[in-house]
Design a protein around this ligand. Structure first.
Ligand SMILES: C[S@@+](CC[C@H](N)C(=O)[O-])C[C@H]1O[C@@H](n2cnc3c(N)ncnc32)[C@H](O)[C@@H]1O
Length: 287
């Protein structure tokens, strides 16, 4: 009978072609926590304990799924974002740590604003909208996505996390046809699709094969499509003291900045993420 340490070693060995040593260790700890219903820290206490057959079967099954490249968040059906647990599936992007930094920026800039109204464009699992609603309970939050299945997951997440968000199934490219003229938002935020097909070669199999391409990719010849459209929407529907917040393609920082300035936005700020690449933009409009 193997002990837990032996299973950890097995994960490192079998996943070496897909993940580096640290990632494999993290994956094992997540698997351990999910299977044993204990905190990952608990592993240190029982690493030399024998693993019962039914638990061993679960470790093996999860390892086989991981070897296929399936993301652990899809296997366990959940992902952590900003200290909250979100249900995710094949219809939703797995929320990323760089997006937590964008949410943090919004909270620092607008956390104390009264009468706050927020629109999240391309909400996916609802991670941005729900986190903002949870931390800024006075805010009125709306979120839209073109994917009916993503909206269903987002609604479920809002209910589980006990927040009120108005979810709308809609195509942002058609915003002018469904948004009421009088609608105004203080914060308009979006992490839209921004990866060009050329970048696929650098992407991990677990993203390419398992995450929805409609959430990831834009056409090579028009990579800023969603920024262009969201900026036009913001020009009409953003409040005077409001701001537009975008997560961006790390290679298109300057182009996105130029686009926003050309459209008349001012105080346009580009920020790097923890990996030190251009990752987010805040833009305001002086009316
Ligand atoms: C990069 S994902 C972001 C998901 C989530 N906001 C996050 O940060 O984890 C982009 C989202 O935009 C949605 N989307 C793609 N095209 C859209 C469109 N034309 N209108 C509205 N949403 C769209 C996708 O379904 C996807 O959920």
């Amino acid at each position: 009978m193997k002990d837990y340490q032996a299973w950890a070693d097995e994960y490192s060995k079998q996943l070496a072609t897909l993940y580096d040593a640290d990632e494999s260790k993290q994956l094992f700890l997540l698997a351990y926590s999910f299977i044993s219903h204990k905190k990952p820290l608990h592993y240190a206490l029982e690493r030399h304990m024998p693993v019962a057959d039914d638990i061993a079967n679960q470790f093996l099954h999860m390892l086989q799924e991981l070897q296929r490249g399936r993301p652990i968040q899809h296997i366990i059906g959940e992902a952590d974002f900003f200290g909250l647990r979100f249900k995710v599936n094949e219809h939703t992007l797995i929320p990323r740590t760089e997006t937590e930094e964008l949410v943090d920026w919004i909270m620092k800039e607008y956390g104390n604003t009264r009468d706050l109204s927020i629109l999240d464009i391309g909400t996916g699992s609802g991670s941005i909208a729900i986190t903002l609603s949870k931390h800024l309970p006075h805010a009125r939050v709306e979120a839209l996505d073109i994917s009916k299945d993503a909206i269903a997951v987002a609604r479920d997440n809002a209910a589980r996390l006990g927040v009120q968000v108005n979810f709308i199934e809609a195509d942002v490219l058609e915003w002018d046809s469904f948004m009421q003229d009088s609608q105004r938002y203080t914060v308009i935020v979006s992490n839209p699709p921004y990866i060009t097909p050329n970048e696929q070669a650098q992407m991990h199999i677990n993203v390419l094969q398992y995450e929805p391409h409609s959430a990831l990719f834009v056409e090579e010849h028009n990579p800023l499509l969603f920024y262009n459209v969201a900026a036009d929407l913001a020009k009409k529907h953003m409040e005077h003291q409001g701001a537009l917040f975008f997560e961006i393609n790390q290679y298109l920082g300057q182009q996105t900045l130029d686009l926003l300035r050309k459209k008349g936005f001012e105080d346009v700020r580009l920020r790097k993420d923890l990996n030190n690449v251009d990752r987010m933009i805040c833009a305001k409009m002086i009316f």
